[in-house]
Design a protein around this ligand. Structure first.
Ligand SMILES: [Cu+2]
Length: 128
């Protein structure tokens, strides 16, 4: 009886953790109006261990497309303020889109553990 309760608790915890770790990658922010073309496209590369450019400046109201490419290993890109998160397979270009609808500075960072410098792989989006 006691053992089956413990097994049940572990099962619930395990399923809970698996559900949390499987996050839906999103490449288009929820605030992007349909059928609108980007006002600005920025090429961004990820490499050990920095994004180039590290600071991306855009204007408020612009629909922004970032074309992200990891040059040397599998990385990720997460821009939490806009609900964007995606993997960047090595050598492939991945486009993400969002409507820059609020002024401010927003951090972005790598979303896939890529080595010792992973936690320093990040940058800033500046919306003016
Ligand atoms: Cu990383």
């Amino acid at each position: 009886m006691f053992q089956s309760q413990i097994i049940r608790i572990f099962l619930v915890l395990f399923l809970g953790f698996s559900a949390c770790s499987v996050r839906n990658p999103r490449q288009v922010a929820a605030n992007v109006p349909p059928n609108r073309t980007p006002n600005i496209t920025v090429e961004v590369t990820a490499q050990k261990y920095k994004f180039v450019p590290e600071k991306i400046r855009v204007r408020k109201g612009h629909l922004v497309e970032l074309r992200l490419t990891s040059t040397d290993t599998k990385d990720g890109f997460e821009l939490r303020a806009y609900g964007i998160r995606t993997e960047l397979p090595k050598g492939q270009s991945v486009a993400v889109r969002f409507l820059a609808d609020q002024i401010g500075e927003f951090s972005f960072q790598c979303a896939v553990f890529c080595g010792l410098g992973h936690f320093g792989l990040g940058g800033k989006l500046i919306v003016e």
